[in-house]
Design a protein around this ligand. Structure first.
Ligand SMILES: [Zn+2]
Length: 347
C-alpha cells in the first residue's frame, strides 16, 4: 500500500477533551490512529487552530449577484488565541507519550522519513493563524523548540500579521490588504528559524508579499485550482505558476465547506474522486508532478461522500493510477515532494 503524508488536518479540534481518543478511535472524526494506519497515513500536519469564540457574531452574508460572499470574522484577542493554542498544543504533544512509540512528533527530516518507512505515525505541528504570537515574536522561538515546524500567518480573518480571504464564490482571492510590518517580520523570522510558511487562507496581496520575502519553496498546504472552482480560497494560475517557480508545493484539499472542488457555490457531497483528481492533474500538467501533494483538510471541513474519511484516500490514489499516474509519480505526490520541500525549508 502507498503510504502518504497529509498536508493539513484539524484533528486536534476533536481531541479537546483528551488525546487518548486518537488511539481508541474517534467515530466523529475523519482521522484517528486505527483508521489512519489502515489507510496508509504515514504522517501529517496537525493544525493548531483557534475557532471563532461563540460570543462573536458568525460571518454574515453580503449581497452577491451570483453565489455568495461572507463577511470576515472579527480579530481574536491574543489572550483567547494563546489559551486555545496552548490547549491544542498540549493535546498534540501528549500523543507521543500515549502511543508507546507508535506516534512521533516530527522535528527532523530523518524522523519524517522513518514515518514513511512505517517506523511510526508522524505528526508535524502547524499553526493555522498566528494570533497567539506576540509582536516581538519571542513566543515563536519557544514554540519552535516545542516542535512547531509550519505556520500559516492567517486563517480566514484579519490579525496583526495580515488578512485571510473571506469565503466567497465566485470571488478572486484579491480581497484585502497585504502583510503588515509585523507580518513581514514573521515571514523573515520563520525563514531564519526554518519554519515552513503556509499560504493557504492568505489573500492575494499577502501571497505576493510572502513570495517576495521568502527564499524558501512556497507552499499552500490545502488549496485547489481557482480556474476549476473559482472560490476565494483557491489559487489562480499566476499563483500556481509562482509556487512552481519557487520549487514549492500545493496540497490538494477535499473540502466542500466551502466547496473548493466542483464549480458550484454550495457544498457538493456528490463531488467525485475524479473531481478531486481534476485539480491534482491540473497542477501536475501546469507546473509539474514535483509540485503537487495531498492536503485533505480532514476534521476542518466537510468532505465528499466518495472520500468519507482517511480510509477514502487509497481509492483516490487508485483513480489517479487509472488516469495514467506511474508508481514513481504517485510516490512524489504522496510523500517525496513533501520530504524535498521540508528538507529545503527546515534547518
Ligand atoms: Zn484551513
Amino acid at each position: 500500500m502507498l503510504r502518504f503524508i497529509d498536508g493539513h488536518h484539524d484533528t486536534l479540534l476533536e481531541l479537546q477533551h483528551g488525546a487518548d481518543a486518537f488511539f481508541t478511535g474517534l467515530p466523529s472524526a475523519h482521522l484517528d490512529f486505527p483508521r489512519g494506519t489502515k489507510a496508509g497515513y504515514a504522517a501529517g500536519f496537525f493544525a493548531v487552530f483557534s475557532p471563532n469564540p461563540e460570543s462573536d457574531p458568525a460571518p454574515s452574508l453580503l449581497p452577491a449577484p451570483a453565489g455568495y460572499m461572507k463577511t470576515l470574522p472579527p480579530k481574536l484577542s491574543r489572550e483567547y488565541a494563546l489559551a486555545s493554542t496552548m490547549r491544542s498544543m498540549a493535546r498534540f504533544l501528549q500523543l507521543e507519550g500515549l502511543s508507546g512509540g507508535a506516534f512521533k512528533v516530527i522535528r527532523t527530516i530523518t524522523d519524517l522519513k522513518k514515518a514513511v518507512e512505517g517506523r511510526w505515525m508522524g505528526g508535524i505541528l502547524h499553526m493555522e493563524g498566528a494570533e497567539a504570537l506576540d509582536k516581538d515574536l519571542d513566543l515563536l522561538y519557544v514554540l519552535y523548540h516545542a516542535g512547531v515546524r509550519s505556520i500559516g500567518p492567517v486563517w480566514s480573518r484579519p490579525n496583526s500579521f495580515g488578512e485571510g480571504v473571506p469565503y466567497g464564490y465566485p470571488s478572486s482571492p484579491d480581497t484585502g490588504p497585504g502583510l503588515t510590518p509585523e507580518g513581514r517580520d514573521l515571514i523573515r523570522k520563520c525563514c531564519e528559524l526554518g519554519i515552513m510558511i503556509d499560504l493557504s487562507h492568505l489573500n492575494e496581496k499577502g501571497f505576493w508579499d510572502v513570495a517576495a520575502l521568502s527564499d524558501k519553496p512556497l507552499v499552500a498546504t490545502h488549496a485547489n485550482v481557482h480556474r476549476i472552482c473559482p472560490v476565494s480560497r483557491n489559487l489562480t494560475d499566476p499563483q500556481i505558476d509562482q509556487i512552481g517557480r519557487s520549487g514549492g508545493l500545493i496540497g490538494i484539499t477535499y473540502s466542500i465547506d466551502p466547496n473548493m472542488v466542483t464549480p458550484k457555490a454550495e457544498g457538493d457531497p456528490e463531488a467525485s474522486l475524479e473531481d478531486i483528481a481534476e485539480h491534482i492533474d491540473y497542477v501536475k500538467d501546469r507546473i509539474g508532478v514535483e509540485h503537487v501533494a495531498l492536503g485533505s483538510d480532514f476534521d476542518g471541513t466537510v468532505v465528499p461522500d466518495a472520500v468519507k474519511d482517511v480510509t477514502g484516500v487509497p481509492a483516490l490514489l487508485n483513480v489517479l493510477e487509472k488516469r495514467g499516474w506511474t508508481k514513481g509519480e504517485l510516490e512524489q505526490l504522496t510523500y517525496k515532494n513533501w520530504i524535498r520541500v521540508l528538507d529545503q525549508t527546515w534547518r
